[in-house]
Design a protein around this ligand. Sequence first.
Ligand SMILES: [Zn+2]
Length: 200
Amino acid sequence: MLDNLRDPTLIPLRIDPRGWCPQIEQHHSPNFGTRPAGIAINLLVIHNISLPLAEFCGPHIVDLFLNRLEIDAHPSFHDLRGVQVSSHFLIRRDGHLIQFVSTLDRAWHAGVSCFEEREGCNDYSIGIELEGCDFLPFTSDQYLSLQLLSKALIDAHPIEHIVGHDEIAPGRKTDPGPCFDWNRYANSLPHWDVQRSGLG
Ligand SMILES: [Zn+2]
């Protein structure tokens, strides 16, 4: 799968009519609801997450999103007891992609949030988590997978803006953080109207 993903011209990702990407790993999280009727899905939200902080490649992020996190596995997990969250997508350090919630559904990724005076960003956004933290660079494989996934989402939905979680929850959230290279990401979407997206 990863080898196929390395050349973005070979295997474009696509979102099927049910809001799932059939080409990537899927785990169905229960942490979602229905979107308001008729709402346009026009916002992408970029996050980072690592469990424990800055430790990568373990099972804990997937376990959190599937409500099966072993709370006693690490002292820092105690704050996550009872927390019900999930993004739509997770991009691992090696670029591996996992989907948890249909893009047609409202995943619980942004929490209390506001974009351009519209509150409740979960209603109209798609959340992408990069496995990472605020103080370490993301990997080239992650940027490539993010590029492929973003193209698929832009094709499938009327995406108008791409923002960081910190932008829609200032003071409460800091991700994806200063190590996320917004210019690199914007440059990877050459057919995307960067002005319109709010990138760069
Ligand atoms: Zn976040």
